[in-house]
Design a protein around this ligand. Structure first.
Ligand code: HDD
Length: 712
């Protein structure tokens, strides 16, 4: 995280957007035609109590605009938040690619990023258990490149043909439109249990990755294997990675459920506030490169998007960094209207035959036509490239440009052949020449048929607390299913991944893991042969564990932007608080005063302190750590409101760092956690550094079993 003063870079994209930005300060109100308006409160009537007149053009303009101000939400990823920033290159990788943003270390390439959940509607809560979208638009000098990825390195399905089925199964059920932004329902598990290619992405969704602490604390992945093409035309396979500088951190499911109620905009607000505070989110950019000749070297197929390349086999090479340093001016104009297309590509990068990617190349342009209403969506300011565009495409709804000249075709002589074709030396895009000699078939390669090895690798690689979270998530999700045959089928499938995991889930559901699945429906849908073909394949174990898959191995070196609740009341002990406040803020954390009432409180030194939130309006789950004020009178006031005790109990239950100053220990003493004195993340009058180090650890999972019984 860099501080605002050190990173005020303004990109050429922002310059371009400023030309379309309107500022209404000190301006008189007008109609869309520039006519000055002197009354926007009353319609034109025949007499004060009389009927409204058809003549009222002001009413008509205002109401018509309002009536049409919604556009269709995205089919998937409807709920999201965006920000501007830039990408910097650490070192040229010209040996792999000729792409300018990856060879010119002097460039700062402007980006716009949109994070999202997948299943929920536009207004759904941020902390749904779900994959997060991680879409990056690079406005490069050679054209716009969109890397439309997720926060998980694999996808649910292998072929775009199944995408509508996947989405129909996870979205609210069609008869009653229930549940919103949740995968825990019958149709999803009916599908997952029958399409076992989904299992790998699915187990990631059962893990803590699906409930991030912040967009700023999650990884991003391009998922598909792409191609890099260098200036000699040589191709390498490549996978793209984003690694957050703050590390990968999540909340627990209990917190997620409560955050959704306490602040359903939790992630949106967190991103917005961090950028406003000058705590710019940063991700390092990494690549996994595989030479063409190694295409068939691995036990999985590089074209299969349900497989990752373990970092143990091909390490990620870090080559650059992305910084988000500006919030949008207008949510609709920028974040809602931004259109990402995997087909937006630049010289030096090319596609592979990954059948999921191939289908995506069609779907995204198509969906923008109904979402944004016209093939001219590239003219919307946020979608405009910074590289100039000239071609013979014309007209259509909302054409905002005025193409000059007599011709709109190629070849022509009347316009001297212009716009003329780019020569290779001018950077014309050419596709990698791949030799294809094949039968036209509707089918899938046998090399895609291993559905169990990588879910098992993922589970094996997790720490014990992460594994427990996965078991809890399966139990919760399947517990919400109403059909026993779906639960049992899932248990049978989980058993192929890991028997201990299946047993835990079965115990939670009050079922047993079935030995055999014998469902008459398979015959009815002709699925027996298909199911036989793909399940269960004997698992392979090409690596024992991959350390990059566990959040236990992430970074724990910063408390920048962490939210610290300071529980305080009038007459709190300022002398004890001051060194904590200074140290926490110097380390980049945000200290918020939570008091019995709003307004301000006065410390024992007679100074007034503005209250950030009255206890009534906030919740423990919105904070990363808790600091309890000292001072006899103040602590008495805290004890007089039971919610302060609940606040502390909850922080303890969620394994967060808690520090008490002086008399503040009374709140800990009365907490439901009896071992607080021996806990490595609970402090009484300790040095601020100890508290800071514990916050940087994110959670003290050693406490987990001891706080199981705390009821909050
Ligand atoms: Fe997709 C949106 C990510 C497969 C069809 N997708 C969308 C967004 C993200 C992804 C991040 C939101 C972009 C934004 O913020 O505007 N999608 C993925 C990833 C996939 C994937 C990482 C697999 C690796 N998607 C996928 C397939 C299809 C689609 C296979 C269709 C065949 N996706 C769409 C879409 C969306 C979309 C319907 C909805 C809104 C939009 O495109 O712009 O076209």
């Amino acid at each position: 995280m860099s501080k605002k003063q050190t990173s005020e870079f303004k990109s050429k994209k922002i310059d371009q957007l400023e030309q379309s930005t309107k500022d209404y300060q000190d301006q008189v109100m007008t109609t869309n035609q520039g006519l000055k308006v002197n009354d926007t409160n009353n319609s034109l009537k025949a007499g004060e109590r009389g009927p409204t007149l058809l003549e009222d053009f002001l009413l008509r303009e205002k109401i018509t605009s309002f009536d049409h101000e919604r556009i269709p939400e995205r089919i998937v990823h409807a709920r999201g938040s965006g920000a501007h920033g830039y990408f910097e290159l650490y070192k040229s990788i010209e040996k792999y690619t000729k792409a300018g943003l990856f060879t010119d270390t002097k460039r700062k390439t402007p980006v716009f990023v949109r994070f999202s959940t997948v299943a929920g509607s536009k207004g759904s809560p941020d902390l749904a258990r779900d994959v997060r979208g991680f879409a990056v638009k690079f406005y490069t000098d050679e054209g716009t490149w969109d890397l439309v990825g997720n926060n998980m390195p694999i996808f649910f399905i292998q072929d775009a043909m199944k995408f509508p089925d996947l989405i129909h199964s996870v979205k609210p059920e069609p008869n009653n439109e229930i549940p919103q932004a949740a995968s825990a329902h019958d149709t999803f598990y009916d599908f997952v249990s029958r399409a076992t290619e989904t299992l790998h992405n699915h187990i990631w969704v059962m893990s803590d990755r699906a409930i991030p602490r912040s967009y700023r604390m999650m990884e991003g992945f391009g998922i598909h294997t792409f191609r890099f093409i260098n200036k000699d035309g040589k191709s390498h396979f490549v996978k793209f990675h984003w690694k957050p500088v703050l590390g990968v951190h999540s909340v627990t499911w209990d917190e997620a459920v409560k955050i959704n109620g306490a602040d359903s905009d939790f992630h949106r607000r967190d991103l917005w506030e961090a950028i406003e505070a000058g705590q710019y989110p940063e991700w390092e950019f990494g690549i996994q490169v595989v030479p063409e000749e190694d295409e068939h070297k691995y036990d999985f197929d590089l074209l299969d998007p349900t497989k990752l390349i373990p970092e143990e086999l091909v390490p990620v090479e870090i080559i650059g960094k992305m910084t988000l340093n500006k919030n949008p001016e207008n949510f609709f104009a920028e974040t809602e209207q931004v259109a990402f297309l995997p087909g937006h590509i630049i010289p030096g990068i090319d596609f592979t035959n990954d059948p999921l990617l191939q289908g995506r190349l069609f779907s995204y342009r198509d969906t923008q036509l109904s979402r944004l209403g016209s093939p001219n969506f590239h003219q919307i300011p946020i979608n405009r490239s910074v590289a100039p565009h000239h071609n013979n495409q014309r007209d259509g709804h909302m054409q905002t440009e005025i193409p000059k000249g007599q011709t709109a075709y190629f070849p022509n002589s009347l316009s001297m052949g212009c716009p003329h074709l780019a020569k290779m030396a001018e950077g014309g895009y050419t596709h990698h020449q791949e030799r294809i000699d094949a039968h036209k078939i509707r089918g899938r390669s046998a090399s895609f048929s291993d559905h169990y090895s990588q879910p098992a690798l993922f589970y094996r690689s997790l720490s014990s607390w992460e594994q427990q979270h996965v078991a809890d998530a399966y139990t919760f999700e399947l517990g919400k299913c109403n059909h026993k045959h779906i639960q049992e089928r899932m248990l049978w499938i989980i058993n192929q991944i890991d028997q201990e995991l299946a047993k835990k889930v079965a115990d939670g559901l009050g079922l047993t893991v079935p030995k055999k699945i014998d469902e008459p429906v398979n015959q009815a849908i002709g699925a027996d042969a298909e199911i036989e073909k793909f399940q269960p394949n004997s698992k392979k174990q090409y690596v024992d564990k991959d350390s990059s898959l566990s959040q236990a191995n992430t970074k724990f070196d910063s408390i920048a932007t962490r939210q610290i609740a300071f529980l305080a009341a009038d007459q709190f002990d300022m002398k004890r608080f001051e060194p904590y406040k200074t140290a926490l803020e110097q380390a980049g954390a945000m200290v918020k005063i939570i008091a019995p009432h709003g307004g301000s409180i006065t410390c024992d030194q007679g100074m007034k302190h503005e209250v950030d939130a009255a206890i009534l309006t906030t919740e423990s789950v919105l904070f990363d750590a808790v600091l309890i004020a000292g001072g006899q009178k103040a602590v008495k006031s805290l004890q007089a409101k039971a919610k302060f005790q609940k606040f502390v109990n909850e922080a303890l239950k969620h394994c967060k760092a808690v520090a008490a100053l002086g008399e503040g220990e009374a709140l800990l003493k009365h907490s439901a956690y009896k071992h607080y004195e021996k806990d490595k993340a609970v402090f009484i009058d300790a040095k601020p550094k100890a508290f800071i180090d514990a916050i940087a650890q994110h959670r003290n999972w050693e406490r987990k079993d001891k706080v199981e019984g705390i009821a909050v």
